[in-house]
Design a protein around this ligand. Sequence first.
Ligand SMILES: *Cc1c(COP(=O)(O)O)cnc(C)c1O
Length: 479
Amino acid sequence: MTETLQRPKVDRIRSPRHLLADVAARATDYLANVPSRGVGPTQSAVDALSALDEPLPEGATPGPEIIRLLDELGSPATVASTSGRYFGFVTGGSLPASLAANWLVGAWDQNCFLSVQSPIAAALEAVVLRWLLEIFGLPASCGAGFVTGATMANFTCLAAARGALLRRAGWNVEERGLFGAPELKVIVGGEAHVSVLKALAMLGLGRSRVSVVPADDQGRMRPDCLPELDDRSIICLQGGNVNTGAFDPAAEICSHAREANAWAHVDGAFGMWAAAAPGRSHLFRPFVEADSWATDCHKWLNVPYDSGLAFVREGTYLSDAMTISAGYLQTGATREPGRFTPEASRRARGVEIWAALKFLGRSGLAEMIEKHCRLAKRFADELNLAGYEVLNDVVLNQVLVSFGDDDLNQRVITAIQQDGTCWCGGTQWHGRSAMRVSVSCWATTEDDVDRSIKAMIRIAKQQVNACGPNRDGARTSSA
Ligand SMILES: *Cc1c(COP(=O)(O)O)cnc(C)c1O
C-alpha cells in the first residue's frame, strides 16, 4: 500500500523528464539570446566563474540545481561562437538540426566502437561515408575514421601512410615499431598547420625531422622548390591555409608523388568543403589524386564539437594501422566503426554529420559554402575601401586585414573583442600581425557582416585616434 503511494514520487525523482525539459528550455533561451548579447563574454561574467571553484562536494546536488548553476554562471561566460557575428578561428556554429540530433544521441548514450553496440550509429556512419565520398569526389575504395577533429584526422591518416610505406618496404611498423625500420622522408610546406607537425611528433616521425618546402606569399608550397620524392616519402599538402585559405598546387604535387610511389596526404580541415560548392570545387579537385585526407565537420559543416574525418584511399591501410582484436570484441559482417579510428569507445558523432547533411542537402551545403566565400569577399572589399590593408587573396572564406602597425592591430583586435558586436582573432602572417576574419557559421547574414564591418571601422578609427598625437586620451570619445 505505502509502496504504491510512494511510487509516483520515486519516479519523479528518477525521471529525467523535468530535468531534460528544463535544460531544453534553457538551451533554447540561450540560443534565442545570442543575437542580442555581446559575442564575447563580459569580464564580470568571467569573474563570476570563481563561484564554481569550490571543494569537491561531500554530498549530492539535485539535477535541476546543477543545470541552474551551469546556465546562470556558465551561459554568460561562453564566447557566443554560434553567433552569426563570430568570425574567430574557422569554427562555424552548430546547425540547429545537428544540435538537436546531438541531444538525442546524448540520450541514446551509444558507444559506437562496434556495430553490435549501436546498429544505428554504425548504419549512419556507413551512409554518411557514402555521401561524403560523393561530395568530395573521392573513390569508393576509401576507408574513413570518424575522429575528434583534424588534428586526430591528420594523425590517423599519417599513421596509415607510415604503415603503408613501411609495409611496402617489407617492414610491419604496427608489430615492430620504428626502431630499426627503413627511414621515411616527410615533406611539409612552410605554412603547414601545426597539427600536422604534432601528428608527426606523435607518430615518431619527428616535428623537425622534415623537409620544408618554402611557401609563397599566400602560404602555398612553391612547386619549383619541391624535393625529390621516392617510395619512402610522405608529402603533406594543405587544402585551405588557416590564415589565407590558399590551396597548395596539388595537381603538380600529386602527380609528382604518384610517379614516385610516394604518399600524398592532404590537410583539408576546412578547405576540403570547397568541393561541395560548384563555384569553388575547382580549388579542391586536384587534391582528389592524393592518398589520404583529413578534414573537420565541426568547422565548415557546422556540426557540434568534436567531429573530424580521416579518409584513406586504400581503406585497408587505415584498418591495418587502427584495428585491434580481442576475444570479447564481437564483430559482424558490416563496416565496424572501430576498425578505422585511434579511439575504441567513442560517441556517435556520425549521427550529427548525417543530420547536418540531411538538413542542408547537396544544394543547401553548396549555398552555405558559397555564401561564406561571398561574405568574406565583402569583408575584404569594404575594409579595403575604408583604407585598411587586406593581406591575402580572398579565394575562400578567410580574410587577413591589417589596420596599421603591430601595436595598433593588437589594440584594435582587443577592442573589437571587448566591444562585442563581433568577434575576430589575431595572427602573424609573414612577419606582420593581422586580424583574421573567418566566415564559417550558417547563421551569418549580410546584415551581420555589414554591422561587423561598421563596428570594425569605428573601433579602428577610435584606436588610431587614441594613439595619435594627443595620447592623453582627450580625443578618445571624438570618434
Ligand atoms: C583547424 C585546423 C586543424 C586542426 O583541427 P582541429 O579540429 O582543431 O583538430 C588542422 N589543419 C587546419 C588547416 C585547420 O584549419
